[in-house]
Design a protein around this ligand. Structure first.
Ligand code: GDP
Ligand code: IMO
Ligand code: MG
Length: 468
């Protein structure tokens, strides 16, 4: 099957069929797009695909990444840091990843942490340890920035200083680390391997950071020598896995590359609910930039969305439910932060949010997760526009004052029964999902103009259905 695709030099190739599992030749499509599934199924995987959070994060990107990673040789994180919490459940065993790309759980995959990431080596080493030291399967960009202990101190101090305006950060030092990167006070992973450079960088940044901590009155004292010893030690331990990530990705394009998004479009630094956002760009553009891959090489963009919405952190949330239905979502969906354990705020699916995400990301397909969680609810509501004191709003606003004034306009759909994981699996196997689920998916996909490629009805790897 791969022979039917004309060969071009690797770096010029923009669309490429890397892998075909074929049971019926007649189903082979004229292009290399995702095609179909059924008991006899065909999967065509294109060169580069991006898995993007379409909401406020925690959509199930880890699970979807792990599932799609079966068909690629490389999984890359291009942005974010240990603020991410990606859960992958394999045969009932739950793996929680913060810095390591989820692909690391697949034996044949090389996991790459790209230049756009901010990496806390302490956290990274702890995660590697948990997986039985997977250093051999990991490449970290020499250009990625280091999250130093003082970034965490600053994160806490700045959040406290903002009081009501705080974003409710994860406290992992993400904003201060990206801040140092932007103001060119940052330390890069490659600097850990050059003692002289590392010392010079620290001599520049430590007095400035101390002054900031003093300004916030935290009482913390930074010791340059201690920080130097710590960072140089990280360098010695991680030396073998720090290198040129962009080049490694380019060399592995023909085996398929998956860009694993962290966070979600609505906490993007540019397009999210500023200032309640994270400090990177969890969009395909941001992920390509952070990975060091030409954006035009991305073939498929999988937008991951829950069948409802959750938010961990502060800021306006138009469809938020502070009632029994919201409780149902939190309890049945286990909606507690993977990184911080905080209860997630829950609400109905919001198409205004998704339209904003689709415009910025250009999803080629959706992965709709947590369908099982809505099972047993009488009615399902979907927000299609906002009512405001200034009139009806079809598009997500930039102003947080306006967003706080938005009242959702809902369409009501029929609910579907609560099914056990085995019942979902059985229904999926014979293509007989409850009719109400079909109606919900059709409503969502036709409104958005994006097909559903994957449905998820449980945390486990197996609880996933690929659609025609
Ligand atoms: P991520 O940050 O986007 O990777 O998502 P998280 O891992 O933070 O949160 C998603 C949570 O939902 C995890 O606990 C997953 O195991 C779980 N999950 C993913 N998909 C489904 C699904 O379809 N149904 C249920 N019930 N849980 C799911
Ligand atoms: P994954 O990859 C959900 C939120 C925080 C806070 C804001 C800024 O698991 O989907 P930060 O620590 O980044 O400076 O916090 O962003 N946030 C997330 N929310 N999922 C995430 O990652 C998040 N990463 C950051 O709660 O409101
Ligand atoms: Mg998460």
């Amino acid at each position: 099957a791969t022979g039917s695709v004309p060969e071009r030099p690797a770096l010029l190739r923009t669309r490429r069929l890397t892998h075909a599992r074929l049971t019926d030749d007649s189903l082979l499509p004229p292009t290399d797009r995702l095609t179909c599934i059924g008991p006899s199924w065909v999967t065509l995987i294109v060169g580069v695909l991006a898995v993007v959070g379409a909401q406020w994060g925690d959509e199930g990107k880890g699970k979807i990444t792990d599932w799609l990673a079966a068909d690629v040789g490389t999984v890359v994180r291009g942005q974010g840091g240990s603020n991410a919490g990606h859960t992958v459940v394999i045969d009932g065993v739950s793996h929680k990843l913060h810095l390591l790309p989820s692909g690391i759980l697949r034996s044949e995959v090389l996991a790459i942490a790209g230049a756009g990431m901010v990496i806390d080596p302490e956290q990274l080493l702890a995660e590697l340890e948990q997986l039985g030291d997977s250093r051999g399967k990991l490449l970290i960009s020499e250009r990625a920035h280091v999250v130093m202990p003082y970034h965490r101190l600053l994160d806490g101090a700045e959040e406290r200083a903002k009081e009501g305006g705080a974003a409710g950060t994860t406290g992992k030092g993400i904003g201060p680390a990206y801040g140092d990167r932007a103001t060119r006070f940052g330390i890069r992973m490659g600097d850990l391997l050059e003692p002289q450079t590392l010392r010079e960088r620290l001599e520049r940044v430590v007095p400035r950071t101390q002054a900031l901590l003093d300004y916030y009155g935290t009482g913390d004292r930074l010791e340059l020598e201690q920080l130097y010893d710590l960072a140089a030690g990280w360098g010695r331990t991680l030396k073998g896995c720090i290198g040129n990530a962009s080049l490694a990705i380019a060399e592995r394009l023909d085996r398929g590359v998956l860009l694993e998004g962290a966070q979600g479009v609505h906490i993007d630094i540019d397009h999210g609910i500023y200032p309640f956002v994270t400090s990177s760009s969890p969009t395909p553009a941001g992920m390509a930039q952070g990975a060091g891959i030409a954006p035009g090489l991305i073939d498929r963009v999988v937008g991951v969305t829950k069948a409802y919405v959750t938010r961990v952190g502060t800021g306006p949330f138009p469809t938020e439910l502070e009632d029994a239905t919201g409780e149902h979502m939190r309890d049945v969906g286990g909606e507690f932060g993977t990184t911080t354990g905080r209860p997630r705020r829950c609400g109905w699916l919001d198409m205004v949010m998704l339209e904003h995400s689709q415009r910025i990301c250009g999803f080629s397909e959706l992965a709709i997760t947590k369908l099982d969680v809505l099972g047993g609810l009488d009615k399902i509501r979907v927000c299609t526009a906002y009512e405001t004191p200034h009139g009806r709003l079809e598009h997500f606003p930039a102003s947080m004052t306006l967003l706080a004034e938005c009242t959702p306009i809902y369409e009501t759909l029929a609910g579907w029964p609560a099914l056990s994981p085995a019942e979902w699996q059985a229904a999926a196997a014979v293509d007989s999902l409850p009719v109400e689920v079909n109606d919900f998916i059709t409503f969502l996909t036709s409104r958005l103009g994006v097909p559903a490629g994957l449905l998820s009805f449980g945390p486990d790897r197996e609880a996933t259905l690929r659609l025609r």
